[in-house]
Design a protein around this ligand. Structure first.
Ligand SMILES: CC(C)(COP(=O)(O)OP(=O)(O)OC[C@H]1O[C@@H](n2cnc3c(N)ncnc32)[C@H](O)[C@@H]1OP(=O)(O)O)[C@@H](O)C(=O)NCCC(=O)NCCS
Length: 182
């Protein structure tokens, strides 16, 4: 991890830097628009974190609300997305530190689980495992099996099972899983 790196909750004045960082990192302004819409949706819990280095925002991650349709009840869970680091600071451990430390800052919350869609190699380094192997069902058949990843929040037992249910904002943006031409 880079020395001098701080992982902290996003402040209002970070929003513009975060928007531009997310658009650049994904090479797609649509992801920044998705983040804008998440902020004003039922999914938003204010769980947005930045990595700051030398006074500049060099990484961002958001955790938003979703549900697992457990046989006993709907259970609120978190979805980690988007995650982005600034292109000129890639592979310095910032993404790893951002997720690891923000998850620590989420300890004590009621949600038992965090899900993400992403590369299983990178996700496993962050303590995530293949959700299907734990009996969870992905919200779309277009999420390639191993990319559907889940992690128990620190200190929370994972006594939940069922299908992950995304709020409508993800569907409005067609941002679930992969399309053949994506
Ligand atoms: C994914 C991302 C956040 C990683 O940030 P980072 O600060 O470079 O991460 P770290 O330095 O902690 O880790 C980098 C390592 O993860 C690997 N890695 C990063 N993204 C990866 C991916 N999509 N698939 C496989 N491996 C990946 C890198 O190869 C690197 O490996 P190395 O350390 O062996 O060289 C950054 O590459 C990014 O913003 N990507 C574009 C947006 C994105 O794809 N976000 C994730 C999906 S929400």
């Amino acid at each position: 991890m880079s020395s001098g790196l701080t992982i902290r909750p996003e402040a209002a004045e970070d929003e513009a830097a975060v928007r531009s960082l997310v658009a650049d990192a994904f090479g797609d302004p649509a992801i920044a628009v998705l983040l804008d819409d998440l902020r004003t949706s039922v999914a938003w819990l204010g769980l947005s974190f930045v990595a700051e280095l030398d006074g500049e925002v060099v990484g961002h991650v958001a955790y938003t609300r979703a549900w697992v349709d457990d046989p006993a009840a709907l259970v609120e869970v978190l979805v980690l997305s988007p995650l982005a680091t600034r292109l000129d600071h890639a592979s310095k451990g910032i993404g790893t530190a951002l997720v690891t430390e923000s998850l620590e800052q989420l300890a004590g919350r009621a949600e038992p689980l965090v899900f993400l869609e992403g590369d299983p190699g990178f996700a496993s380094r962050l303590g995530f495992v293949d959700g299907t192997l734990l009996g969870f069902k992905a919200p779309s058949v277009r999420i390639p099996g191993p990319s559907f990843q889940v992690r128990t929040l620190p200190g929370r037992p994972g006594l939940v099972t069922g299908a992950l249910v995304y709020p409508d904002v993800w569907w409005r943006h067609d941002a679930v899983g992969l399309r053949p031409d994506a």
